[in-house]
Design a protein around this ligand. Sequence first.
Ligand code: DQA
Length: 142
Amino acid sequence: MPLIHVLNGPNLNLLGQRQPEIYGRETLADIEALCRKAAAPHDIRFLQSNWEGQIVDWIHEARHEAAAIVINPAALTHTSVAVLDALMAFDGPVIEVHLSQVHKREPFRHHSYVSKRADGVIAGLGIEGYAAALRRIVQLLG
Ligand code: DQA
């Protein structure tokens, strides 16, 4: 059964404590549990890093290990050509997820480098966005 990588960018380790009025009270562990359920029967590799290069390395690993990627690049969404370029070198489906509705927020959050590669983009559904992304990936993988 193909593996799905779920990658999380900077500061998402602080979910539950960080601006809960924007990001909710659920923790990253809650999101991981939800993703595991939504991905079944597929297995997931669920990862978070505050380091751009680590996210790039995990995307490179996904080229050999994963059939699909769900990614919340967090702040790297708006800044990282390196994450975009790494995703361009990945062949399977990619879905970009944001907990908050980034288009209702500050103008610098309206642009996403990652969206230039993503096959789907979900924003503003809270943690349910991850589950929706995984359900779509499961459908695409068949
Ligand atoms: C985020 C939105 C980004 O603008 C922000 O930098 C984040 C989280 C979201 O999930 O809503 O860290 O990706």
